[in-house]
Design a protein around this ligand. Sequence first.
Ligand SMILES: Nc1ncnc2c1ncn2[C@@H]1O[C@H](COP(=O)(O)OP(=O)(O)OP(=O)(O)O)[C@@H](O)[C@H]1O
Ligand SMILES: [Mg+2]
Length: 368
Amino acid sequence: MTALTIDRINKRYGNLHILKDISIPIAKGEFVSLLGPSGCGKTTTLRCIAGFERPDDGSILFGNRDVTRTLPEQRDIGMVFQSYALFPHMTVAENLSFGLEVRKVSVPDRQKRIADVLAMVRLEGYDKRFPRELSGGQQQRVALARALVIEPSVLLLDEPLANLDATLRDEMRFFIRDLQQRVGITSIYVTHDQAEAMVMSDKIVVMSAGTISQFGSPREIYERPASQSVAGFIGRSNTISGKIAEALGQDSYKVDTPCGSIGTTGPAGLAKGAEVKIMIRPENIHTRKQCVGAGQKQEAGSGEAGKDENVLAGAVVNSVYQGSANQLAVKLASGDRVTVDVNGRNPLDVGEQVALRFAASDTWLLAS
Ligand SMILES: Nc1ncnc2c1ncn2[C@@H]1O[C@H](COP(=O)(O)OP(=O)(O)OP(=O)(O)O)[C@@H](O)[C@H]1O
Ligand SMILES: [Mg+2]
């Protein structure tokens, strides 16, 4: 069931066209992240959903109810702002009570709901403290509790972890995701941190300059990016330019490149002769040394390449130790450089010739 439908909304400030035909369907209980660089329109989209901004056209539906022209307080939302926006002169309990009083919840009911939600965010016993008497992470959890205590049908979060240090951020990511799943609340989360979006979301909306570049699961976005800009924004990637030589199946192609012919996977319908870029993630390229299993005598790279496998020759031009892995830069015969992750205990030296192997199924074609 669709809990929330954002249907072709546009927003302009004067001559500036800030949101351009944004459409997002969100299922009940889903956790959806809006991800994109600063200024791409994430907060504006969230404010339109909350009702603090009104789109110039298009509509917003909560279930079947059109809320495009209703006020924020009539929308049944809980919102966590980047700055937390706790009332500084009120205790934790008073901060939580505020929304319940506005909704005319009875005193005994209020007390029970505040106690329940404080337990949920692991802040039992903190009800009489003022925000200034709490750490950043605790304030953040009060902000979350304040949004949840009114039992909204939709939870909106605008970069709620931006002010926290790296360790606390990590902890809070899992905390929020776990809580969201336990309560089963439909949530929209704004972030410009791709790792955060990847670990927390059911779906990610990748935004760029007021438009949606891609909408899909973290896996779809990482493995099947819709464009070079999405591929570049989410994780590290290599690209090799080429032209479609032949379609081998619905989504598999042979591509001619300056390094030779490469078997690839790509979106259906690419025409012969089309210019493409072959994307390969660094962790999906295996070097010759990595291919040799323990006790295996045969030199990897010397055997026949598997049907699905490509082998390219190159030379190591740089090697950076990163603890868990070594990051190699390898120069191909075409002059292109690719980044390869190898096991940190078995690095290849600069200057060494290597065979790079990668599966066609681990590549993805991007329109050039
Ligand atoms: N009230 C306003 N008047 C004019 N322009 C605005 C207004 N609010 C936002 N903008 C512009 O709209 C664009 C999108 O802003 P928005 O706050 O949605 O970006 P964002 O993706 O949330 O960025 P960030 O990651 O920096 O928070 C920006 O270029 C911003 O300058
Ligand atoms: Mg913002």
